[in-house]
Design a protein around this ligand. Sequence first.
Ligand code: HBI
Length: 362
Amino acid sequence: MSATVRPLRLLLLSTSVGALGSGLGGGVELTLHNIARTLSLRQHTVKIVAPLGSVYAAAPLVEIEGALQTTAQSAGRDAPIAMPADALLANMWTYARQVQDQYDVLVNFAYDWLPFYLTPFFDRPIAHLVSMGSLTDAMDKVIGQTIAQFPESIGVHSRAQADTFTFGAQCRVLGNGFDLSLYEFCARPERSLAWVGRLAPEKGLEDAVAAAQATQLPLKIWGIMQDPSYWQQIQQRYPTAPMTYEGFLPTAQLQTALGNCQALIMTPRWVEAFGNVAIEALACGVPVIAYRRGGPAEIVQHGKTGWLVEPDNIAELVEAIAHLGEIDRHTCRQQAEADYSLAAMGDRLEQWFAAMLSQSGC
Ligand code: HBI
């Protein structure tokens, strides 16, 4: 444990768009799990608050019932704050208010208005791990108000994500961390490409399919089927592309399948806050070919652990695929170990909490 902080009692409050294990929470589920793991390994006590039906084994879990939040991506910039009747989110924070004096720091993982609005009303510091870039005016405003009053309270995954907010310079960039012992290095892949993510328009799957069509390299697609009509459109548009939808796999199975691929293709249409799956690929020795946009552009070391190409440029994707032979798969694994291990993330989290606690004077 770094000297910066004593053992802490931490309450981690999960996203409210889906139960842990459902895949609905996207990257936040894996992020929360890895953060709980690395902090527990460092003598901190961790408890997780999550929706009823959550499946979680690595830390004590409090399940809260109530109606799920609708996903923020589908909202427009001027979307009003939406809370269903009997909102799970409100019930989670009612619980947090009741037990807050048993904890030193509360950590919020929800990209929703309420936890930010409530921050000044709590006696304990709340650390907000913001999981996406700027999406709506209402969220920008309430996060901005929070960081103005509590300058150390906003953590993000990448500088690119921070820069989508006007207050980006004040955000703490945390990257992310993974249990790399779960990821097996694969030296000799099969002749195939990988694409991993929620099947939704902001993920730009159609570009990876177009690249598979052009190179005739089979594209394997893993992830939760968030938007079936989107997938239908892709199949109709590329009827002969060599692609297979392989479903949503838990980490253990995903890493084996991903490791067998020649490269991971990342084609985000939006500013991906980070790109957990880029690290998972690197950890297996898989080079990443990504649009020079958002978190992946800060992860991929161009020409060393993959290729960064001009956003939305399919010809450049195809060109990068042709140059995969120049990437040493061992270098990919080494980068994951240097920057994105549980220990590296644990250090960054402890520095964050220490800064918050020294600021709140306790
Ligand atoms: N939408 N309203 C809302 N709240 C969240 O916490 C949320 C979301 N959409 C997606 C999401 N979280 C995560 O899948 C991403 O942040 C990774």
